[in-house]
Design a protein around this ligand. Structure first.
Ligand code: HEM
Ligand SMILES: *[C@@H]1O[C@H](CO)[C@@H](O)[C@H](O)[C@H]1NC(C)=O
Ligand SMILES: *[C@@H]1O[C@H](CO)[C@@H](O)[C@H](O)[C@H]1NC(C)=O
Ligand SMILES: *[C@@H]1O[C@H](CO)[C@@H](O)[C@H](O)[C@H]1NC(C)=O
Length: 337
């Protein structure tokens, strides 16, 4: 108990230093809760001014310890928002009488970072009880992960609510799979009102993190059609070797082979040389002229990529929010109150 108190005290002392470098939350009355007419009461950044610094400091600590965690936290926000909006449904644990989203195909043995979110939530509950939702933590941690990896920053609007429910079937249906064609991808994004451009630019998140052999087996056949302009023969052979063992399904490869822990536009450069890891990644070059054109733009112009990425993240981060969805602020992100 005393230890925990001391740790919290030292965290709070560190915050004074952190405040100067932490990205900012929007505080000028733009919070998602504002539509119910109780502005001050819903402005999280007024109610818990330390929230952003606490989240940043925990994410920073986690990423310093494991650089892949930045990718994992970014992906958690995506998998949350695509299923009934950004409401932290992805964080609910299964229990005897509740089926959450964690065992859905895109998530099982794949999502990571839950412990980092728990640690942030625990700090926030000590400092400002029941004030910052788990969904806001996910949105902010995703932004901080991008910033800490060298990417752009943006204001995160606060005021999301946490859901009472989750949907395994919607997690299976709404989140696109790695064998998706461009048409599949466009349709899954359109289902949540995101455009083809949003899809191409958000796929740029694959500039960091890793994937299991089981997700990119569809790429291993590339070597048999060695003349195909879409496949780098050497690259495909290296993947075949990596994934050849009988128990290689869980073996990992970097989504961006060149700069796997940096948020940059290298992902698009890789695609143009046939070195995209997932079939869905490489399809952006081979499957459609419009997506190819955007890939070429972002490969050439990192400023355009960063600008579009942050705009699309803000769009994705507002899915299902402010639409009168009822919800709560969970005390523990893994269970409803
Ligand atoms: C466009 C459709 C998308 C498909 C088909 C897709 C698919 C995948 C797959 C199969 C993996 C590997 C999972 C594993 O092996 O465990 C992965 C990883 C990842 N995805 Fe996506 N994804 C898509 C869009 C996105 C978006 C929109 C974001 C975020 C904005 C994102 C962020 C990531 C990150 C950062 C990783 C690495 C995670 C880690 O290392 O823990 N993806 N994705
Ligand atoms: C997409 O937009 C339509 C029309 O504005 C709206 O009815 C629907 O709820 C939106 N869907 C999502 C997932 O935001
Ligand atoms: C993708 O397709 C390949 C065959 O091209 C198959 O081996 C693999 O199991 C499929 N992966 C998924 C996740 O559907
Ligand atoms: C690897 O995954 C494939 C499907 O993606 C499955 O058919 C196969 O049984 C798995 N192999 C092992 C050893 O788990």
């Amino acid at each position: 108990m005393a230890m925990k108190y001391l740790a919290l005290l030292s965290l709070l002392l560190n915050l004074a230093v952190l405040f100067s470098i932490v990205p900012k939350t929007t505080s000028e009355g733009g919070g998602y809760g504002d539509d119910c007419g109780d502005q001050s009461g819903n402005d999280v950044s007024n109610l818990c001014s330390a929230a952003e610094a606490i989240i940043f400091s925990r994410v920073q600590e986690a990423v310093l310890d494991d650089s892949r965690m930045a990718a994992s936290l970014l992906r958690l926000h995506f998998h949350d928002c695509f299923v009934n909006g950004c409401d932290a449904s992805v964080l609910l644990d299964d229990s005897a009488n509740f089926v959450g989203e964690k065992t859905a195909a895109p998530n099982l043995n794949s999502l990571r970072g839950f412990d980092v979110i728990d640690a942030i939530k625990s700090d926030l509950e000590s400092v400002c009880p029941e004030t910052v939702s788990c969904a806001d933590i996910l949105a902010t941690a995703a932004r901080d992960s991008v910033v800490l990896s060298g990417g752009p920053s943006w204001d995160v609007q606060m005021g999301r609510k946490d859901s009472f429910t989750a949907s395994k079937s919607l997690a299976n249906n709404n989140i696109p799979g790695p064998n998706s064609t461009v048409a599949n991808l466009v349709s899954k994004f359109q289902n949540v009102n995101l455009s083809l451009r949003d899809m191409v630019v958000l796929s740029g998140a694959h500039t960091m993190g890793r994937a299991r052999c089981t997700t990119f087996r569809g790429r291993l056949q590339g070597a048999t059609t060695s003349n195909a302009p879409d496949a780098s023969l050497e690259f495909v052979q290296s993947l075949q070797e990596l994934c050849s063992g009988s128990d290689s399904n869980a073996t990992l490869a970097n989504l961006d082979l060149a700069t796997p822990a940096t948020f940059d536009n290298q992902y698009y450069v890789n695609l143009l040389s046939g070195q995209g890891l997932l079939p869905s990644d490489q399809n952006l070059v081979t499957g459609d002229d419009q997506t190819l054109e955007l890939v070429e733009t972002y490969a050439e112009d990192v400023v355009a990529f960063f600008e579009d990425f942050k705009n699309s993240m803000i769009k994705m981060g507002s899915l299902g929010v402010g639409t009168g969805m009822n919800g709560e602020i969970r005390r523990n992100c893994r269970a409803v109150n």
